[in-house]
Design a protein around this ligand. Structure first.
Ligand code: DGJ
Length: 728
């Protein structure tokens, strides 16, 4: 059984593939956390909670001075009744008080996994895949009910959690904080890993020791953000790619989030993650409910590599949805860095034709095809074809491309409006704003108020009209600024701090409607590159434009960091021009190809300007990628050498049956009289002999993994190899 309840000791034991998670109802109904880690047969209270009279840790029951919530490891801790650590939730009553007291009321264990209304979440395809425990906690003074949902996946080391708040009382409650998960670990000998960054520098790995007190990451930008990803892992000091404990938590949410780690006075570690409580409140009237986003919790006893592969598999198969989930993704040519806003129909046709000649499968028309969009000052919201640029209309262009047996894709930025647009002139209050305050712009644009139904409906209509007007099979869904002056014209004063979350809920509805209406379209999300690379978006759109930085060397870190959580099939990676437009760096076409072939391959440069030799190289890359594509996009990913730790990067893709693999090695700078380079491979079958075509040699998996393989010396900076391994 995946989830059991021992009625004598009131202990819950959840078992995922190789993971156990244990909780107990103690004393007068408090829900204590006992264990999360490697799977055990039976929990027989070997590390049961210990009690001691501690100074300055008060007692809910004065007759028992050894019992304090301040020292109790808990599942969903409250503020105000003896626990001084950061609470998982906080609710304000009509009398102004913020004291609540949740106690166990009941629980159910069901097969399968219920859905989360209005929010993205991981799912199952058959009831056998998972079991779900729902624990009801209740505050009898105010009638607040909290349902904690825990799902354990049978074949993955995954436990998901969320909380559902229900106002069963007769007064208005104001939610000040509602985390999705909380775990109280019994020690503090951990390091913390987060993914930080900036526009053009997303998801760099930050690993630091824990210190006493609270350390946290968050987004206050209205989206999950380039700056911090909604991911946090705690690991043991010696945890590496292939060994050691790793606990990774990722929030299935695309808006403001917060993840905090608090090391307390007794060396215990509290990890909490959920919607950011900063500038957030939610009015819960009697009878109303509030659903938190889902937190995905992955435990690995064998290092970060297994943690990542677990996230990858879960997200690839049980978060992403739709026709493209299991399909290899097309190789695309995107015109953005080729033309920016400066194109006409002929130019687009030429690039598409050249793309077809080189074997590329999909042409993507990026920003600038609508309204009067000759620069980024205008026209967002006016999703009507610019007939100056495309005088024969979109359908004629799409036909032209499709007649060459190429697919056609289109760029949108549906959540935005330009002040200089007909949409804004018609509806000046449809943007997120605060009355009497100036509206700050970002990239000269404002954000549409998706907390309003009529705004969402209009955008659904406008997009649907264009998408129905021609056989478009791909959409790039962009989002190019963060929220300021957050407010909505129609919400009451006490609901203004709900706007950022309501925006995300509105966005999820729009994406749900559009993606279900157009199931034959492959959607790729984007937010100035990877500013919204999160599992919430992946639920609707199975891939994301990883970064606006297309420089191959920068991409090593960006793609390596992204792979900590997100599957390779979700990462858009393009070969672009040199000198690179973001960094002016010059790298070889070969290296740019190897980096881009380590994700969903695309090209983003003017193919018509390439030399004959370059065009042949592109044909070779495209043909090679078509052969290895299933392995890259759906194989198991192994990180071998980290760009954050040295001059080399190496990674591998291995097929599920371990009969095939692709190995890639990248060297950044050359050195005088440089040391010999070699790499130890991972994930192979030790007893299979693999032919490496590029080396003209064959080796057993055990030799490649234990002895390693030499990387031939290539002179110069920015060099790479990509080898294909095939078991004989
Ligand atoms: C930002 C995206 O990340 C780019 O790829 C491009 O689509 C531009 N927006 C277009 O404005």
């Amino acid at each position: 059984m995946a989830i059991t309840f021992d009625t004598n000791t009131k202990t819950f034991h959840l078992q995922a593939k190789n993971t156990s998670y244990v909780m107990q109802i103690i004393n007068d109904g408090y829900l204590a956390h006992l264990y999360w880690g490697k799977k055990i047969n039976e929990y027989n209270h070997s590390n049961q909670v210990q009690y001691r009279d501690r100074g300055f840790s008060p007692n809910p029951v004065s007759s028992d001075r050894t019992f304090s919530l301040d020292t109790l490891p808990q599942e969903y801790p409250a503020y105000g009744n003896t626990d001084f650590r950061a609470p998982a939730y906080q609710v304000q009553l009509e009398n102004g008080s913020t004291i609540t007291d949740l106690r166990y009321e009941s629980h159910t264990i069901v097969k399968g996994k219920p859905t989360l209304t209005g929010l993205p979440a991981t799912y199952i395809e058959s009831e056998e895949e998972a079991e779900t425990l729902e624990i009801i906690l209740f505050d009898e003074v105010i009638g607040l009910k909290v349902k904690l949902a825990y799902t354990a996946y049978a074949d993955l080391d995954v436990i998901t959690r969320s909380a559902h708040l229900i106002n069963e009382g007769n007064q208005n409650l104001k939610i000040l904080k509602a985390a999705s998960m909380n775990v109280d670990f019994r020690d503090h000998k951990y390091e913390m890993i987060t993914l930080y960054g900036a526009h053009e520098r997303e998801r760099f790995i930050n690993r630091t020791g824990l210190r006493y007190g609270v350390q946290s990451i968050e987004s206050r930008r209205g989206t999950s953000s380039h700056q911090q990803n909604p991911f946090l892992a705690i690991v043991r000091e010696d945890t590496k790619e292939d060994h050691g404990d790793a606990y990774g938590i990722n929030l299935v949410y695309s808006g403001n989030f917060q993840a905090s780690v608090e090391v307390d006075q007794f060396d215990c570690t509290r990890l909490t993650m959920g919607i950011n409580s900063f500038d957030f409140t939610w009015l819960l009237e009697p009878g109303e409910t509030f659903q938190t986003p889902e937190a995905v919790m992955v435990y690995s006893s064998t290092g970060l590599g297994h943690m990542s592969r677990t996230f990858h598999k879960l997200y690839r198969t049980r978060l992403c949805r739709g026709e493209f989930r299991d399909k290899t993704r097309p190789i695309l040519i995107n015109n953005w860095e080729a033309t920016y806003f400066d194109f006409n129909e002929e130019k687009i046709k030429d690039i598409a034709k050249k793309g077809k000649d080189l074997g590329i499968e999909l042409f993507v028309l990026d920003d600038g095809w609508f309204g009067k969009r000759d620069d980024d000052n205008t026209s967002l919201g006016d999703w009507f074809v610019d007939e100056n640029k495309l005088p024969n209309g979109l359908d004629s262009l799409v036909d032209n491309v499709r007649n060459r047996d190429m697919q056609f894709g289109l760029w949108f930025e549906p959540e935005m409006v330009s002040e200089n647009s007909d949409l804004f002139r018609e509806h000046p209050d449809w943007c997120i704003h605060v009355p009497d305050r100036k509206k700050s712009t970002g990239r000269n644009q404002l954000i549409l108020d998706f907390s309003r139904k009529e705004v969402c409906d209009e955008i659904i209509n406008r997009l649907s009209t264009i998408l129905s007007s021609a056989p478009i099979t791909y959409v790039k869904w962009d989002m190019n600024r963060h929220m300021t002056e957050v407010g909505s014209a129609t919400l009451s004063a006490e609901r203004q701090r709900e706007v950022a979350h309501r925006f995300v809920l509105g966005l999820y509805r729009v994406m749900e409607e559009i993606t279900s209406k157009f199931p034959h379209i492959l959607f790729e999300s984007c937010s100035g590159g990877g500013g919204r690379f999160d599992p919430g978006m992946l639920y609707y759109m199975p891939q994301t434009w990883t970064s606006d930085n297309t420089d191959a060397i920068s991409r090593l870190k960006i793609q390596y960091g992204t792979s900590l959580v997100y599957p390779i099939s979700s990462m858009g990676a393009h070969v672009s021009d040199v000198p690179n437009h973001q960094l002016k760096r010059i790298t070889s076409l070969e290296m740019r190809g190897h980096v881009a072939m380590s994700g969903n391959l695309g090209y983003e440069l003017d193919l018509t300007k390439m030399t004959e030799e370059e065009q042949h190289a592109v044909i070779d890359q495209v043909n090679y990628y078509k052969e290895i594509r299933p392995l890259i996009q759906f194989g198991d990913f192994y990180r071998l050498l980290s760009p954050f730790e040295g001059n080399e990067t190496a990674w591998m893709f291995v097929s599920e049956d371990r009969s095939e693999a692709v190995f890639a090695h990248f060297k950044v700078l050359d050195e005088g009289n440089s040391p010999f380079l070699s790499a130890k491979l991972q994930g192979l079958d030790p007893n299979k002999k693999y032919a490496i075509a590029e080396l003209g040699e064959s080796y057993y998996g055990d030799e490649l993994m234990n002895v390693g393989v030499n990387i031939p010396k290539v002179q110069g900076d920015f060099t790479s190899v990509m080898w294909r391994l095939q078991a004989k």
